[in-house]
Each structure stands twice: as C-alpha cells, then as structure tokens.
Design a protein around this ligand. Structure first.
Ligand code: AMP
Ligand code: ZN
Length: 490
C-alpha cells in the first residue's frame, strides 16, 4: 500500500506524512468568525478538513483536531482597521456580542451537522483565551519583536524579517509587500513599519468587548488567538495547520511570525490550504452578493438555484473536486452529482444481497489499491470516487448476472465500500435523504401532469393544482414558451 502524502504549502511539495508523535496527530484549522451565517464556501473549507480528519482516523491515527471560533478581534478590514465584525453586528441588532456569537454558533453547528461533518475534538473561543493571548504578547515584547504605542502592541515585521523569512508561506517578496501597502493608514500612524500588525489593541471608549491588560483596557488582534490556542492545545509544534487559501498572505503568515517570535519555533510542520468555491468563476463571498446559505440550497429558494438539493448530494458534489482546486457551483453540476450519488448509494445497498460464485471475474485487490492510492495522494477524493464508480459498475454487473464474485471477495468489497463511502467520505443515506432526492422528480411529475391538464383546456383543474402546491410552499412559475418551473418558498 502506498504511503500518505500531503501537499505542504510551506515547502510547495507533496511530502510523506510523518507525525511528530505517532500515532498521535495534532491538527489546527482556523474556524469561522461568528458574526453571520456560514455560507456554502465556508462549508467547503470545513468539509475538506473533515475528510482529512476522517481519513487520518481511518488510518488509525489518534487525531486531536482543534478548530477555533473567532468571537472577538476580527476587524472589518481583516487587518487592523475598522470595527470588530461581531461588535458591529451587536450594535446594529441591539444585542450583546455574545448573543450574536451564540445565535450563529448554533446555526453553524446545525449546518455542519446537516453536511455530516464530525465535530472537532476541541472548539476553543478567542474570548475564552485572553490570558493566553496576553502572555504570548508579553513574550513577543520581551524577545524584542513587539512594541507598545499608547496602549496598542504592534508586531515589528521588518525587524522579524531580518532573522526569519517572514514571507516563506506566501512566497511573496517583502519589498513588494512594503510597496503595496498604503501609507498612513487611518488610525495606524503610530506604528513603526507599514507591515506591522496589532497583537493587542487599545479599546476606544465606545468599544464594547474589552479586557484589562498590562497595557490598559483593550482586546486581542485577530492573528494572536490562533497562535495562542494552537500552542495551548497542540504544543509549540504540531503536525497540520489548515484553513482557506485566502488566509495565507496575512493571517497565517502572521501566525507563523508570532509563534517564532514567541517560542523560536514554527508552529506547524505541514500547512494545508483549501481552494475556493466559486460562482461563475468568482469567489463565493458575502460581500460580492453571490453567496447563499446551505438552507437556501436545501429548499432551492434563491435566484441562482433551479431547485433544492439534499445535503448529501451537496457533500458529494464538493468531494468531486480536489480540495486544492477551485470548485465552480452550477445547477448542472449539482444535478449530475445527484445522479452519481444515487447510483453510488444504490450500489452500496446491493452488495449484501449479491449472489456469490466460485470465481471472481474481477480483481478486488486492484480496486482497493486504486482507491487507497488516490486518497493517499493528498486526499484525492475525485480520483477515489472515479475508482468507486468502477466498483459500482462491477456491482451492477454482478447483480445482473454478467459478472461474478466469490464469498471472500464480497466481504472485502462490502468492507471497502462501507469504510470508504460512509466512514471516510462521510456520505449517508437516510430515509429523509431518499425522500429529498426523490422530491424533485415527484414535483416534476405533478408539473408535467398539470401541463397535460392545461393542454386539454381544463384551466380550473390546473389552477387547483397550482394552489395546492402553493399551500405546500411550492411556487409554480408558468412560462409562455417553455415548461413551468418552481421554487420552494416555505
Ligand atoms: P471566515 O468566517 O470569513 O473567517 O471564513 C471561514 C473560513 O472559510 C476560512 O478558512 C476561509 O478561508 C473560508 N472561505 C471563505 N470563503 C470561501 C469560499 N468561497 N470557498 C471556500 N472557502 C471559503
Ligand atoms: Zn486562524
């Protein structure tokens, strides 16, 4: 069997995975900032790490998976400008910041549960680790890489860059970064270097979330929370650190700098970054107005959606792209995934009842090797799924009496499909999913029937059907030159 290789952003190479303390593996993933609902793009990133978590566990590693919740310190600019995202939302909605966090934390967990993501081993919050963040900031100051200006502590990037390759992770050039930053950013005139970032910020009188510190009342910067929490729960050095690719140039670059400045150690051996979910080639993001929520996806209630799709179909759709490739959302792709998902799950259901023979007509070990080599090749789920479909073809042929399988091979096949499809890919078929997956076809049947009724001139019956469907939250849109379409309004 091949060995697991993971692409490391730091070295830009696929490396054989060797945990620092096998069989234990420590993995830290940057979690959400809970100031609004998580959109489907966010879900894609967490799903990619769910596969990593599941596969490592499947390989018998004992994984401690830490995924944080950012509930303080993430400013609107993603840098050191603007209002705290959560505090702003709290102000606008006249709620306590922690009410905002709780509201969206409940929603976030529900959505990830719908997509069948396993909960992480620890889910620490930034606001629960203020002391650790202050301690780390103190050490960075002691080591000469942090300085105070009027109650705010800045990280001295240019001084740090003299002894450590600050841009190692991003591959950017420091000079170009310096040229690219705007001069005299508002409210940041006091920092020495243009790339310096805040470890701790002085709270203005109107700032709601504030804590006492050796430098007066304030709140932590966004990046320091991950450095403090990862080293608290996984040690100064651990195996894997992950997040979306958009976090590389600033958040993760600064995280590395903080850990090295504090403890002289780069935190993670392997950095993994997931690529973006796009819509018509553009990153799905709330600010661009092209994002939608998982709930809208399930009901189909969004202008970009022709109809609803079940959570497992969406999970399967996302696994059909490699986590380092972009994945473009489209109704066609989701509909194709729905067909594929149903075929796969049907084949899984056929295995226990396959008739056995004295000889197999195919090589089960080759199939198994192929699936594992794909997963061992940097978690290549699309290739693994393609091989699973070779298996599906064989299962269907055996079921039709065109191919044969021995009792022993059937046991191997059963275990292989069970473990890969259910445990590693995390797909499941529940009664509600079966109903969900059949609903579009059922609604279409009713629409077809209604158009027949209209063709026969029975408009009152057609109206009656429309009203009944409306009562169920299914809105029909008639079209002059094409078939009627529908949306679910619930
Ligand atoms: P945020 O809550 O904005 O900090 O984002 C949480 C995570 O979702 C981060 O790891 C982001 O990189 C990731 N993310 C944001 N937008 C997308 C997208 N369109 N596709 C994939 N991941 C995304
Ligand atoms: Zn982080």
């Amino acid at each position: 069997m091949s060995e697991l290789k993971i692409y490391n952003t730091l070295t830009r190479e696929k490396e054989i995975f060797k945990p620092l303390n096998a069989p234990h593996v420590g993995m830290y993933v940057c979690g959400p900032t809970l100031y609004s609902h998580a959109h489907l793009g966010n879900c894609r990133t967490f799903l990619s790490f769910d596969i990593v978590f599941r596969y490592l566990k499947h390989l018998d590693y004992k994984v401690r998976y830490v995924r944080n919740i950012t509930d303080v310190g993430h400013l609107e600019s993603d840098g050191d400008e603007g209002e705290d995202k959560i505090a702003k939302r709290a102000r606008l909605e006249k709620l306590e910041p922690m009410e905002i966090v709780q509201l969206y934390a409940v929603d976030f967990h529900k959505v990830l549960d719908d997509f069948n993501l396993l909960p992480p081993s620890i889910e620490p919050t930034a606001s629960g680790h203020i002391i650790e963040q202050i301690e780390m900031t103190k050490k960075i100051i002691e080591n000469g890489l942090g300085y105070e200006v009027d109650g705010t502590i800045w990280f001295d990037v240019e001084k740090f860059a003299k002894t450590y390759p600050y841009t190692e992770l991003s591959g950017r050039k420091l000079d170009e970064m310096l040229d690219g930053t705007r001069e005299n950013l508002e409210g940041q005139e006091e920092k020495r270097g243009r790339l310096d970032f805040a470890l701790w910020k002085k709270a203005k009188p109107e700032h709601i979330m504030r804590w006492p510190s050796p430098w007066g009342e304030g709140f932590p910067g966004w990046h320091i929370e991950c450095s403090a929490m990862s080293s608290k729960y996984l040690g100064e050095q651990f195996d894997i650190h992950g997040g979306g690719m958009d976090l590389i140039p600033t958040h993760h670059t600064n995280e590395v700098a903080q850990n090295v400045a504090c403890c002289k150690k780069s935190p993670a051996k392997t950095w993994m970054h997931t690529n973006m979910l796009t819509v018509n080639g553009q990153k799905m993001s709330k600010s661009l107005g092209n994002s939608f929520l998982p709930q809208q996806l399930f009901t189909g209630n969004h202008p970009l959606l022709e109809r609803g799709y079940s959570a497992m179909v969406v999970r399967f759709f996302m696994l059909q792209a490699h986590y380092r490739s972009t994945l473009d959302f489209s109704n066609e792709a989701l509909q194709a995934s729905e067909k594929g998902f149903n075929r796969l799950m049907n084949a899984l259901g056929l295995i226990p009842n396959l008739k056995t023979a004295s000889k197999s007509s195919f090589n089960i070990n080759e199939l198994k090797e192929n699936i594992y080599s794909a997963l061992n090749d940097d978690f290549n789920t699309p290739v693994a799924i393609a091989y699973l479909f070779d298996g599906v073809k064989t299962i269907n042929s055996i079921n039709d009496g065109k191919e044969a399988i021995t009792e022993d091979d059937k046991l191997v096949l059963h275990r292989l499909f069970h473990e890969i499809v259910l445990d590693v890919l995390g797909l499941k078929k529940e009664v509600s999913d079966i109903i969900d997956s059949k609903s579009p076809a059922l609604i279409q049947t009713i629409l077809d029937f209604r158009s027949e009724v209209k063709k026969d001139g029975n408009y009152s019956k057609a109206d009656e059907i429309r009203k009944k469907l409306e009562g169920l939250g299914i809105q029909i849109k008639d079209s002059k030159d094409g078939p009627a379409t529908y949306t679910i309004t619930l």
